[in-house]
Design a protein around this ligand. Structure first.
Ligand code: DP6
Length: 350
Protein backbone atom coordinates (compact mmCIF):
# COMPACT_ATOMS: atom_id res chain seq x y z
CA UNK A 1 0.00 0.00 0.00
CA UNK A 2 1.37 3.33 -0.98
CA UNK A 3 0.65 6.31 1.28
CA UNK A 4 -0.23 9.61 -0.26
CA UNK A 5 1.42 12.75 1.08
CA UNK A 6 0.02 15.90 -0.44
CA UNK A 7 2.60 18.54 -1.28
CA UNK A 8 1.94 22.23 -1.57
CA UNK A 9 2.38 24.14 -4.78
CA UNK A 10 3.01 27.87 -4.55
CA UNK A 11 0.19 30.06 -5.79
CA UNK A 12 0.41 33.22 -7.87
CA UNK A 13 0.62 36.54 -6.05
CA UNK A 14 -3.06 37.42 -6.44
CA UNK A 15 -4.10 34.22 -4.67
CA UNK A 16 -1.57 34.52 -1.86
CA UNK A 17 -3.22 37.61 -0.38
CA UNK A 18 -0.86 40.04 -2.14
CA UNK A 19 2.63 39.50 -0.89
CA UNK A 20 2.13 37.38 2.16
CA UNK A 21 2.01 33.65 2.77
CA UNK A 22 2.52 31.09 5.51
CA UNK A 23 3.73 27.51 5.23
CA UNK A 24 4.44 24.55 7.46
CA UNK A 25 7.07 21.83 7.00
CA UNK A 26 8.44 18.94 9.04
CA UNK A 27 11.96 17.66 9.63
CA UNK A 28 13.21 14.54 7.89
CA UNK A 29 15.68 11.90 8.96
CA UNK A 30 17.97 10.47 6.31
CA UNK A 31 18.17 6.70 6.04
CA UNK A 32 20.80 7.13 3.32
CA UNK A 33 22.80 10.18 4.33
CA UNK A 34 23.72 13.36 2.54
CA UNK A 35 27.25 14.14 3.63
CA UNK A 36 29.48 16.26 1.41
CA UNK A 37 28.92 18.91 -1.24
CA UNK A 38 30.53 19.06 -4.65
CA UNK A 39 29.28 22.64 -5.09
CA UNK A 40 28.83 24.79 -1.99
CA UNK A 41 27.09 27.70 -3.69
CA UNK A 42 24.47 25.61 -5.46
CA UNK A 43 24.30 23.08 -2.59
CA UNK A 44 24.96 20.09 -4.81
CA UNK A 45 25.85 16.89 -2.98
CA UNK A 46 28.30 14.18 -3.98
CA UNK A 47 25.75 11.45 -3.35
CA UNK A 48 22.01 10.76 -3.57
CA UNK A 49 20.24 10.55 -0.22
CA UNK A 50 16.92 9.17 1.02
CA UNK A 51 14.88 10.18 4.03
CA UNK A 52 11.65 9.82 5.96
CA UNK A 53 9.75 13.00 6.74
CA UNK A 54 8.51 13.06 10.33
CA UNK A 55 5.17 13.98 11.86
CA UNK A 56 6.67 15.91 14.81
CA UNK A 57 8.48 19.22 15.30
CA UNK A 58 6.88 21.27 12.50
CA UNK A 59 8.26 24.65 11.50
CA UNK A 60 5.77 27.36 10.59
CA UNK A 61 7.06 30.29 8.56
CA UNK A 62 5.28 33.49 7.56
CA UNK A 63 6.65 35.76 4.85
CA UNK A 64 5.36 39.26 4.19
CA UNK A 65 6.77 41.60 1.56
CA UNK A 66 7.51 45.08 2.86
CA UNK A 67 7.85 47.62 0.02
CA UNK A 68 9.09 50.27 2.51
CA UNK A 69 11.90 48.19 4.04
CA UNK A 70 15.54 48.60 3.01
CA UNK A 71 16.54 45.16 4.26
CA UNK A 72 15.04 41.81 5.16
CA UNK A 73 13.94 41.16 8.69
CA UNK A 74 13.82 37.66 10.15
CA UNK A 75 12.63 36.44 13.51
CA UNK A 76 13.25 32.92 14.80
CA UNK A 77 10.81 32.02 17.56
CA UNK A 78 10.21 35.72 18.11
CA UNK A 79 13.90 36.64 18.40
CA UNK A 80 15.57 38.65 15.60
CA UNK A 81 17.89 36.39 13.60
CA UNK A 82 21.55 37.40 13.69
CA UNK A 83 24.87 36.19 12.28
CA UNK A 84 24.93 33.09 10.11
CA UNK A 85 21.19 32.36 10.47
CA UNK A 86 20.32 35.86 9.25
CA UNK A 87 22.85 35.67 6.42
CA UNK A 88 21.42 32.37 5.18
CA UNK A 89 17.83 33.63 5.22
CA UNK A 90 18.75 36.84 3.39
CA UNK A 91 20.78 34.95 0.76
CA UNK A 92 17.81 32.66 0.26
CA UNK A 93 15.38 35.58 -0.17
CA UNK A 94 17.80 37.08 -2.72
CA UNK A 95 17.40 33.93 -4.78
CA UNK A 96 13.62 34.13 -4.58
CA UNK A 97 13.69 37.81 -5.56
CA UNK A 98 15.90 36.99 -8.56
CA UNK A 99 13.46 34.30 -9.65
CA UNK A 100 10.44 36.55 -9.16
CA UNK A 101 12.04 39.69 -10.58
CA UNK A 102 10.76 41.63 -7.57
CA UNK A 103 12.96 43.90 -5.45
CA UNK A 104 10.86 44.11 -2.26
CA UNK A 105 12.41 43.06 1.03
CA UNK A 106 10.53 40.71 3.32
CA UNK A 107 9.65 40.16 6.93
CA UNK A 108 10.08 36.49 7.88
CA UNK A 109 8.65 35.02 11.04
CA UNK A 110 9.67 31.43 11.80
CA UNK A 111 8.38 29.25 14.59
CA UNK A 112 10.43 26.12 15.20
CA UNK A 113 9.26 23.41 17.54
CA UNK A 114 12.40 21.31 17.12
CA UNK A 115 15.23 22.05 19.58
CA UNK A 116 17.55 24.13 17.34
CA UNK A 117 21.03 22.65 16.98
CA UNK A 118 20.07 19.34 18.54
CA UNK A 119 21.05 17.30 15.51
CA UNK A 120 17.43 17.03 14.47
CA UNK A 121 17.92 19.23 11.41
CA UNK A 122 15.72 22.27 12.02
CA UNK A 123 17.29 23.65 8.84
CA UNK A 124 15.41 21.03 6.80
CA UNK A 125 11.94 21.98 8.02
CA UNK A 126 13.00 25.64 8.21
CA UNK A 127 14.11 26.06 4.61
CA UNK A 128 11.33 23.83 3.24
CA UNK A 129 8.76 26.05 4.98
CA UNK A 130 10.59 29.21 3.90
CA UNK A 131 10.78 28.01 0.27
CA UNK A 132 7.05 27.34 0.11
CA UNK A 133 6.04 30.54 1.94
CA UNK A 134 8.52 32.85 0.16
CA UNK A 135 7.70 31.43 -3.29
CA UNK A 136 4.01 32.11 -2.66
CA UNK A 137 4.57 35.56 -1.13
CA UNK A 138 6.68 36.59 -4.15
CA UNK A 139 4.05 35.21 -6.53
CA UNK A 140 6.12 32.37 -7.97
CA UNK A 141 4.10 29.49 -9.36
CA UNK A 142 6.42 26.57 -8.61
CA UNK A 143 5.63 22.88 -8.72
CA UNK A 144 6.90 20.52 -6.02
CA UNK A 145 10.10 19.71 -7.94
CA UNK A 146 10.96 23.38 -8.34
CA UNK A 147 10.17 24.01 -4.66
CA UNK A 148 12.48 21.14 -3.73
CA UNK A 149 15.31 22.63 -5.83
CA UNK A 150 14.70 26.00 -4.24
CA UNK A 151 14.63 24.59 -0.68
CA UNK A 152 17.91 22.80 -1.47
CA UNK A 153 19.65 26.15 -1.92
CA UNK A 154 18.80 27.02 1.70
CA UNK A 155 19.89 23.70 3.16
CA UNK A 156 20.49 20.45 1.29
CA UNK A 157 18.29 18.29 3.49
CA UNK A 158 15.40 20.79 3.09
CA UNK A 159 14.96 19.57 -0.50
CA UNK A 160 13.55 16.34 0.97
CA UNK A 161 11.19 17.96 3.52
CA UNK A 162 9.13 19.37 0.66
CA UNK A 163 7.75 15.82 0.38
CA UNK A 164 6.05 13.57 2.87
CA UNK A 165 6.84 9.93 3.57
CA UNK A 166 10.05 8.70 1.94
CA UNK A 167 11.93 11.07 -0.36
CA UNK A 168 14.99 10.61 -2.55
CA UNK A 169 17.22 13.61 -3.27
CA UNK A 170 19.08 13.21 -6.54
CA UNK A 171 22.66 14.47 -6.47
CA UNK A 172 22.11 15.54 -10.09
CA UNK A 173 24.28 15.35 -13.17
CA UNK A 174 27.23 17.52 -14.07
CA UNK A 175 26.60 18.47 -17.67
CA UNK A 176 29.11 21.25 -17.79
CA UNK A 177 26.68 24.12 -17.28
CA UNK A 178 25.79 25.23 -13.78
CA UNK A 179 22.14 25.70 -14.73
CA UNK A 180 21.67 22.13 -15.97
CA UNK A 181 23.45 20.78 -12.94
CA UNK A 182 21.30 22.86 -10.65
CA UNK A 183 18.09 21.68 -12.34
CA UNK A 184 18.91 17.98 -12.07
CA UNK A 185 19.31 18.01 -8.29
CA UNK A 186 15.96 17.77 -6.48
CA UNK A 187 14.03 15.38 -4.28
CA UNK A 188 10.99 13.31 -5.14
CA UNK A 189 8.78 10.79 -3.36
CA UNK A 190 9.99 7.19 -3.36
CA UNK A 191 7.65 4.26 -3.96
CA UNK A 192 7.39 2.25 -0.75
CA UNK A 193 5.20 -0.48 0.65
CA UNK A 194 3.64 0.46 3.98
CA UNK A 195 6.22 -0.74 6.50
CA UNK A 196 4.35 0.96 9.40
CA UNK A 197 7.56 2.50 10.71
CA UNK A 198 8.27 4.59 13.76
CA UNK A 199 11.37 6.54 14.75
CA UNK A 200 12.20 6.63 18.42
CA UNK A 201 14.29 9.74 18.96
CA UNK A 202 16.67 9.90 21.89
CA UNK A 203 17.70 13.49 22.53
CA UNK A 204 20.75 12.75 24.66
CA UNK A 205 22.06 16.31 24.30
CA UNK A 206 19.88 19.25 23.22
CA UNK A 207 22.71 21.80 23.21
CA UNK A 208 24.19 23.36 20.07
CA UNK A 209 26.87 21.35 18.28
CA UNK A 210 30.57 22.21 18.56
CA UNK A 211 31.15 21.95 14.80
CA UNK A 212 28.42 22.94 12.32
CA UNK A 213 27.40 20.21 9.88
CA UNK A 214 28.44 22.53 7.04
CA UNK A 215 32.00 22.81 8.38
CA UNK A 216 32.16 19.12 9.32
CA UNK A 217 31.04 18.09 5.84
CA UNK A 218 33.63 20.31 4.20
CA UNK A 219 36.42 19.00 6.41
CA UNK A 220 35.39 15.40 5.79
CA UNK A 221 35.34 15.79 2.01
CA UNK A 222 38.67 17.64 2.03
CA UNK A 223 40.64 15.47 4.43
CA UNK A 224 39.05 12.09 5.20
CA UNK A 225 40.61 9.10 3.40
CA UNK A 226 37.36 7.24 4.12
CA UNK A 227 35.12 9.74 2.33
CA UNK A 228 35.37 8.42 -1.22
CA UNK A 229 34.93 4.74 -0.20
CA UNK A 230 31.84 5.69 1.83
CA UNK A 231 30.39 7.73 -1.04
CA UNK A 232 30.93 4.74 -3.38
CA UNK A 233 29.31 2.29 -0.95
CA UNK A 234 26.43 4.71 -0.40
CA UNK A 235 25.40 4.09 -4.03
CA UNK A 236 24.96 0.39 -3.27
CA UNK A 237 23.20 1.23 -0.01
CA UNK A 238 20.73 3.39 -1.92
CA UNK A 239 19.96 0.68 -4.48
CA UNK A 240 19.47 -1.86 -1.67
CA UNK A 241 17.35 0.64 0.29
CA UNK A 242 15.02 1.32 -2.64
CA UNK A 243 14.51 -2.41 -3.16
CA UNK A 244 13.88 -2.94 0.58
CA UNK A 245 11.30 -0.14 0.66
CA UNK A 246 9.55 -1.46 -2.43
CA UNK A 247 9.16 -4.92 -0.94
CA UNK A 248 8.27 -3.53 2.50
CA UNK A 249 11.17 -5.15 4.34
CA UNK A 250 11.59 -3.06 7.49
CA UNK A 251 14.47 -5.16 8.77
CA UNK A 252 16.49 -4.61 5.61
CA UNK A 253 15.58 -0.89 5.61
CA UNK A 254 16.90 -0.64 9.16
CA UNK A 255 20.08 -2.62 8.55
CA UNK A 256 20.97 -0.52 5.50
CA UNK A 257 20.19 2.75 7.29
CA UNK A 258 22.32 1.78 10.28
CA UNK A 259 25.35 0.75 8.21
CA UNK A 260 25.10 3.89 6.07
CA UNK A 261 24.99 6.16 9.14
CA UNK A 262 27.85 4.37 10.93
CA UNK A 263 29.86 4.65 7.72
CA UNK A 264 29.17 8.38 7.54
CA UNK A 265 30.41 8.80 11.12
CA UNK A 266 33.49 6.73 10.26
CA UNK A 267 34.32 9.25 7.49
CA UNK A 268 34.16 12.07 10.06
CA UNK A 269 36.24 10.20 12.62
CA UNK A 270 38.92 9.82 9.95
CA UNK A 271 38.85 13.54 9.03
CA UNK A 272 41.80 15.69 10.02
CA UNK A 273 41.21 16.91 12.63
CA UNK A 274 38.54 14.35 13.50
CA UNK A 275 34.89 15.35 13.90
CA UNK A 276 33.28 13.27 16.60
CA UNK A 277 29.63 13.89 17.27
CA UNK A 278 28.99 10.60 19.03
CA UNK A 279 29.10 10.81 22.83
CA UNK A 280 29.17 8.13 25.50
CA UNK A 281 25.38 8.50 25.78
CA UNK A 282 25.13 7.83 22.03
CA UNK A 283 27.06 4.60 22.46
CA UNK A 284 24.84 3.62 25.41
CA UNK A 285 21.78 3.98 23.16
CA UNK A 286 23.52 2.00 20.39
CA UNK A 287 24.12 -0.79 22.92
CA UNK A 288 20.45 -0.79 23.90
CA UNK A 289 19.51 -1.09 20.22
CA UNK A 290 21.79 -4.12 19.86
CA UNK A 291 20.21 -5.64 22.96
CA UNK A 292 16.72 -5.09 21.54
CA UNK A 293 17.74 -6.98 18.41
CA UNK A 294 19.16 -9.81 20.52
CA UNK A 295 15.77 -9.90 22.23
CA UNK A 296 14.09 -10.27 18.85
CA UNK A 297 12.86 -6.69 18.36
CA UNK A 298 13.82 -5.22 14.97
CA UNK A 299 15.37 -1.86 15.89
CA UNK A 300 18.09 0.04 14.02
CA UNK A 301 19.97 3.22 14.80
CA UNK A 302 20.85 6.27 12.77
CA UNK A 303 22.66 9.46 13.83
CA UNK A 304 23.19 12.80 12.13
CA UNK A 305 25.54 15.68 12.86
CA UNK A 306 25.09 15.37 16.60
CA UNK A 307 25.01 12.85 19.45
CA UNK A 308 21.27 12.10 19.29
CA UNK A 309 20.09 8.71 18.12
CA UNK A 310 17.03 7.89 16.04
CA UNK A 311 15.87 4.29 16.24
CA UNK A 312 13.88 2.89 13.36
CA UNK A 313 11.42 0.20 14.38
CA UNK A 314 7.90 -1.05 13.75
CA UNK A 315 5.15 1.26 14.94
CA UNK A 316 3.84 -1.69 16.97
CA UNK A 317 7.20 -1.96 18.80
CA UNK A 318 7.74 1.79 19.31
CA UNK A 319 6.65 1.91 22.99
CA UNK A 320 8.84 -1.03 23.88
CA UNK A 321 11.81 0.46 22.03
CA UNK A 322 11.24 3.85 23.69
CA UNK A 323 11.12 2.16 27.11
CA UNK A 324 14.40 0.34 26.45
CA UNK A 325 16.06 3.57 25.31
CA UNK A 326 14.64 5.52 28.28
CA UNK A 327 16.02 3.06 30.76
CA UNK A 328 19.41 3.13 29.01
CA UNK A 329 19.64 6.95 29.15
CA UNK A 330 17.13 8.03 31.85
CA UNK A 331 18.19 11.68 31.72
CA UNK A 332 17.33 11.97 28.00
CA UNK A 333 14.20 13.10 26.24
CA UNK A 334 12.77 10.17 24.24
CA UNK A 335 10.10 10.80 21.62
CA UNK A 336 8.22 8.70 19.08
CA UNK A 337 7.69 9.96 15.54
CA UNK A 338 5.97 8.51 12.50
CA UNK A 339 5.99 9.40 8.80
CA UNK A 340 4.74 12.92 8.18
CA UNK A 341 3.41 15.10 5.39
CA UNK A 342 5.22 17.31 2.93
CA UNK A 343 5.50 21.09 3.17
CA UNK A 344 2.29 22.97 2.53
CA UNK A 345 0.85 26.45 2.41
CA UNK A 346 -1.39 27.46 5.29
CA UNK A 347 -4.65 29.01 4.38
CA UNK A 348 -4.62 31.98 6.72
CA UNK A 349 -6.30 34.42 4.38
CA UNK A 350 -3.34 36.75 4.78
C1 DP6 B 1 23.91 14.63 8.71
O1 DP6 B 1 21.17 19.77 5.13
O2 DP6 B 1 21.94 20.55 7.40
O3 DP6 B 1 21.71 15.48 8.62
O4 DP6 B 1 23.20 21.63 3.14
O5 DP6 B 1 25.00 22.41 4.63
O6 DP6 B 1 22.61 23.00 5.14
P1 DP6 B 1 23.57 21.99 4.55
O7 DP6 B 1 23.51 20.68 5.43
P2 DP6 B 1 22.28 19.93 6.11
O8 DP6 B 1 22.99 18.52 6.36
C2 DP6 B 1 22.35 17.41 6.85
C3 DP6 B 1 23.31 16.32 7.03
C4 DP6 B 1 22.80 15.12 7.81
C5 DP6 B 1 22.42 13.99 6.87
C6 DP6 B 1 21.15 14.16 6.07
O9 DP6 B 1 20.18 14.79 6.53
O10 DP6 B 1 21.12 13.59 4.97
Amino acid sequence: MRREHPTAVARPLEQSSAGRAAAVAHPNIALIKYWGKRDERLVLPWTDSLSMTLDIFPTTTRVRLDPEAGHDEARLNGVPATGEARRRITAFLELVRDMAGLPQRAVVDTRNTVPTGAGLASSASGFAALAVAAAAAYGLDLDATALSRLARRGSGSASRSVFGGFALWHAGRDTGTATDTDLSSYAEPVPAADIAPALVIAVVDAGPKAVSSREAMRRTVDTSPLYQPWAASSKDDLADMRAALRRGDLEAVGEIAERNALGMHATMLAARPAVRYLSSATVTVLDSVLQLRRDGVPAYATMDAGPNVKVLCRRADAERVAEAVRSAVPESLVLIAGPGHGARLLNEGG
